[in-house]
Write a protein of this length. Sequence first.
Length: 173
Amino acid sequence: MDHYWKHQWETTNPDTAWGKIYNARFGLKWQADFADQRGKLKEASEWAIPGDTKVGRSYLQRMRQHFIDREYCAAGYWDSEKDTNGRLSDNPAGDDSRKAFVELFGLTYLPAKGGTGDHPQPSNPAPVPTPQQPEVQQPPQPADPVQALLQAIHEGAWAERRVSVRPRPPSWM
């Protein structure tokens, strides 16, 4: 799913914009709930704030916390002016938001290519807590490659059977 804070659709107020995007009929909350109910991973394939906004910090903070709280596996920031202006990397008008982005997410987007703004130094974002996974004992692999392949196929089929017993959503989902 992709989503963009655009002043012409939501508002120039980052808190109001966040509420609208988060609580929209098919917004961020809906997306995360939908995925969680079906045991699916969550990803924001593209997201952006207005590249020239000077008040993006609170929106960026909320987005980062949402990604952490709802355990997104991936998110890609739209650092471009094509189709929607989300460019933070070299837009001097958005210096405040760019600095906030780097502080919150690190330099996970294209480095600045120009512009006259003060480009922040690379930083490491605060670590995201990772859930502790129990250590899984792997069965010993047979010495015969054919037996190893058959064992892998059997284990894969068993895993597929375990997955297929979950209720499946209707085909339109």
